[in-house]
Design a protein around this ligand. Structure first.
Ligand SMILES: Nc1ncnc2c1ncn2[C@@H]1O[C@H](COP(=O)(O)OP(=O)(O)OP(=O)(O)O)[C@@H](O)[C@H]1O
Ligand SMILES: [Mg+2]
Length: 377
């Protein structure tokens, strides 16, 4: 770790490269140089310099492209533009793309030294901020998990007391009192559900959940999940249909958790669709993926809220508020999809409906191996 800070200069002007090298080496830094962009990117990827100076105007790959590539590839790197008079406006764009500052030509050795010092300090602050943010996120998560765990046993006890209270009370309580007991029971039940959801989510992240993965036929699994949800559909006067090809490639997955993914999404579709609405589930596939769409004719999600629906505890306020929920259902679904190497996304139009699309990698190796061994035999 106590190597000298490494500075990379990418500039097509040899005299400028040499001048910078001399100044910076005298100040105790290690220096690498490149005369053009591609070589510069190669050196940066290989040697991970702390600071890179990039001439904005060079033949070949432009300084702006180098900034985009390096700020994406090496997050802790600090990029500084070297600009001529004519390129000062582009320097603003470069800073928006991730460069830290710019050095206008011509510059003195003192300016170069001062900016390098500042860039290195900036890097330390940037890394420290990142570390603190990660630490904070970890602590918050551990805290919720700890609290959830601790709340579980007293909740079970309260649930049991409420059940006993109902039995003991029998006909002795009037309707108002029994209603209150009933409502207490319902609220405790949702709290217990929320805790179970949260603990499941943290187990997925730990890698101790959804581990029993076998080849599965998604169509069968979806049919079972739909069947499970159909009484609720009937109750709400919603029709549900499934469209699927005769046969689809198998996927590798954990049956129990994937069933919960589908019951969650169908459950949402039922919950957020008014009576008389429709839910359509369709399965499609190509050689590489099996894709399932679940479309409803419900309330929809406002466009500005749609990017957040997979976030923990996020619920759309307003019309949907009369429905109970923890806002963890979709977080669970997303984590399970991630752990299957799949994807989940949603499109929606407010007042018209929502479509969830789930994409699973098909079990390729098996298809390939089978066809290979067939062709070999
Ligand atoms: N099919 C849908 N149509 C309209 N809005 C939806 C739909 N699915 C999800 N949403 C919105 O996204 C939010 C998050 O959904 P999510 O399933 O994570 O939580 P929830 O349904 O509120 O609670 P629960 O944890 O009980 O599932 C919901 O509160 C709702 O506002
Ligand atoms: Mg839900």
């Amino acid at each position: 770790m106590d190597r000298k800070p490494l500075i990379l200069i990418i500039d097509d002007e040899e005299s400028l490269r040499d001048g910078c090298r001399q100044t910076l080496e005298k100040s105790g830094y290690a220096v690498l140089t490149a005369g053009e962009g591609v070589e510069g990117i190669k050196i940066a990827r290989e040697h991970k310099p702390e600071v890179v100076y990039i001439d904005l105007k060079m033949p070949g790959i432009s300084g702006m492209e180098i900034i985009e590539i390096l700020s994406r590839d090496i997050p802790d790197i600090v990029l500084v533009m070297i600009t001529g008079y004519a390129t000062i406006i582009s320097a603003v764009e470069a800073m928006q793309k991730g460069s830290y500052d710019y050095l206008p030509k011509p510059f003195s050795p003192d300016q170069l030294r001062a900016l390098t010092r500042r860039a290195l300090e900036h890097r330390i602050l940037k890394m420290e901020t990142k570390r603190l943010r990660e630490e904070k996120e970890r602590m918050e998560k551990n805290f919720i998990t700890f609290v959830s765990h601790e709340m579980r046993s007293p909740l079970v006890v309260i649930q049991q007391y409420i059940e006993s209270l109902k039995v003991i009370a029998g006909d002795r309580f009037d309707k108002e009192a029994t209603d209150i007991i009933e409502r207490c029971g319902k609220r405790i039940e949702s709290l217990a559900e929320m805790i179970e959801h949260w603990l499941d989510i943290s187990r997925i992240e730990e890698g101790t959940f959804a581990q029993k993965k076998y080849p599965l036929n998604l169509c069968n699994l979806i049919a079972r999940s739909a069947e499970e949800m159909s009484p609720l559909c009937k109750e709400r006067g919603i029709t549900m249909g499934i469209q699927a090809p005769e046969s689809v490639p198998t996927i590798v997955g954990d049956e129990e958790s994937l069933t919960r993914v589908f019951t969650n999404i169908i459950g949402n579709a039922i919950k957020y669709t008014p009576e008389g609405g429709k839910i359509m589930i369709s399965v499609e596939n190509d050689e590489y993926y099996v894709t399932v769409s679940i479309a409803d004719t419900g309330s929809g999600v406002p466009a500005d809220k749609l990017p957040f629906i997979f976030e923990p505890f996020f619920r759309v306020r307003g019309k949907n508020e009369r429905h109970r929920g923890s806002g963890l259902g979709l977080t669970f679904c997303k984590k399970i999809m991630d752990s299957h190497g799949g994807e989940i996304g949603a499109t929606s139009r407010e007042g018209e409906g929502t479509t969830f699309v789930l994409k699973f990698p098909a079990q390729l190796s098996l298809i390939r191996k089978t066809s290979q061994s067939l062709s070999q035999s």
